[in-house]
Design a protein around this ligand. Structure first.
Ligand code: GLN
Length: 485
């Protein structure tokens, strides 16, 4: 039996039935990483020792007849902007080279408490800014379906690791699509929860009012499992909300009869690849066959989403990234004349091009003369976009669109054209602007590359999104396809 081919929920029950030990499962994944990661670049740090010692500890528990927590000894990979005590947390930036987290992010603690085995830290675009993982200061991430193509981003490493069977489950982060877009490019399931559903404590901030930790799995059930393990209120993050977490994992059902699904016409216009469009249209038929009602809806402000997102995200980033100054953590320039020069040189040398571009854009948008014209205006438009969703969710239970307008693009194809790169998030950013949850699930192939379908839901309706995605998945075979490596 090839353990790495199994889903997390299958591994969990094998361990439960004592048909595999946690150590065997962990070793199988560590071996897989060793065999394929040089080609793929998913991991920035492999926590071999830590993972094996945790595995032994959990096997000890099993031997004593104790039952394991929700994650049941299954390995989990974590994006390198989420703190795990004793491990690096570089955000794929040179400025955080050598920095070791002194504490666990709440979500890392959740994984540990649920008896997950942390396998290491995953590659990403620097400070989660990007859509291709090409902005990593350390290594390129490659798409397991075609090594000449990007895995998407910014959580590219998290998507590669699941698609390439290096880790059954991973955590990523979202500010504008960084979980859903790479999930769709790599043919796996990815969820961005409601803003406030999952703690951000210990997660390096990019755009604080948009950021949310997201989850990856090979199928919907796996994604529900890892989400279950990390969702909930946290006294260390006052933006988390104290509403009950539904039972995503055990409550999964394929019965979606009578559910109303909206199709926003604005998400099917110019720029949408014809193969992607076809795959999504085929998927709609499956939802209909399963008893859902489909109707057209309108989100008229969609066109303003990207502009709004880039003002808000950059403004918040410019403020959040002020703490990286060459004094407190990580990289410090070696040649400086005085204190101010330390800041200037360390930041100029430590940050990559995209990060500096965003700090400049954000600082400009927040400056005294332009605050009203840009930042304040963007906040107003943000409210209107949110209003669009509120109105549509009075008519329908969920909204379907493509996750990204195209399948994975070639490495280098968009690096010289920043606006083109930004456009690959056109269908995902409205969700972060409104703060609602959304999931990407494989729904087809276009010239040998996976295509993702996006389901958006109302606040705290992750349960419904999982059920809709599950009913689709169980009626199709897309989630069974594996990349040839
Ligand atoms: N690609 C988008 C950006 O570059 C979204 C990133 C994210 O979600 N972290 O900002």
């Amino acid at each position: 039996m090839e353990l790495t081919k199994l889903k997390a929920h299958e591994l969990k029950s094998l361990i439960e039935k004592k048909e595999a030990s946690v150590e065997e499962v962990t070793e199988a994944h560590l071996n897989r990483i060793e065999a394929v990661d040089e080609k793929l670049g998913a991991f920035l740090y492999v926590a071999k020792e830590e993972a094996l010692s945790k595995a032994k500890e959990l096997d000890g528990k099993v031997a004593k007849g104790e039952s394991l927590g929700l994650l049941g000894g299954v390995p989990v990979g974590i994006k390198d902007n989420i703190s795990v005590k004793g491990m690096q947390n570089t955000c794929a930036s040179k400025i955080l080279q050598g920095y070791i987290s002194p504490y666990d992010a709440t979500v890392a603690e959740n994984v540990k408490n649920a008896d997950g085995v942390i396998l290491g830290k995953l590659n990403m675009d620097e400070f989660a800014m990007g859509s291709s993982t090409e902005n990593s200061a350390y290594k390129l991430g490659r798409n397991p379906w075609d090594l000449e193509r990007v895995p998407g981003g910014s959580s590219g490493g998290s998507a590669i690791a699941v698609a390439a069977m290096e880790a059954p489950l991973t955590l990523g982060t979202e500010t504008g699509g960084s979980v859903r877009q790479p999930a769709s490019f790599c043919g796996v399931v990815g969820l961005k929860p409601t803003y406030g559903r999952v703690s951000r404590s210990g997660v390096v901030a990019f755009g604080s009012t948009l950021d949310q930790v997201g989850t990856f799995g090979k199928d919907v059930k796996d994604c529900a499992l890892i989400t279950q393990a990390i969702a909930g209120v946290d006294h260390r993050d006052f933006t988390t909300v104290d509403t009950p977490v539904q039972d995503y994992f055990n409550g999964l059902t394929t019965d979606v009869r009578g559910k109303k699904i909206g199709i926003p016409k604005e998400f099917f216009g110019d720029g949408l690849d014809t193969n992607v469009k076809k795959a999504v249209e085929e998927a709609l038929k499956v939802f209909k066959e399963n008893g859902a009602e489909i109707k057209e809806v309108s989100l008229p402000l969609t066109d303003y989403s990207l502009a709004t997102y880039y003002i808000v995200a950059c403004a918040e980033a410019s403020s959040n990234l002020a703490r990286f100054d060459g004094i407190r953590y990580g990289y410090r320039s070696e040649n400086y004349a005085d204190a101010v020069d330390v800041y200037i040189k360390s930041r100029s040398e430590g940050f990559g091009t995209e990060v500096k571009r965003r700090i400049m854009l954000g600082t400009y948008a927040l400056s005294a003369g332009y605050y009203d014209a840009y930042y304040k205006k963007a906040l107003k438009v943000r409210n209107l976009i949110k209003g669009d969703f509120d109105r549509v969710f009075k008519e329908v239970d969920a909204i379907i669109s493509p996750t990204s307008p195209t399948p994975a693009f070639k490495i280098g194809e968009k690096t010289d054209n920043v606006l083109e790169m930004y456009l690959s998030d056109i269908y995902t950013v409205p969700v972060n602007i409104a703060g609602i949850p959304a999931i990407s699930v494989p729904c087809g192939m276009a010239n040998g590359l996976p295509v993702g379908l996006q389901l958006m839901g109302n606040y705290f309706r992750e349960d419904l999104l999982f059920n809709l995605a599950y009913s689709f998945e169980q009626s199709t075979d897309w989630h069974k396809k594996l990349p040839q490596l």
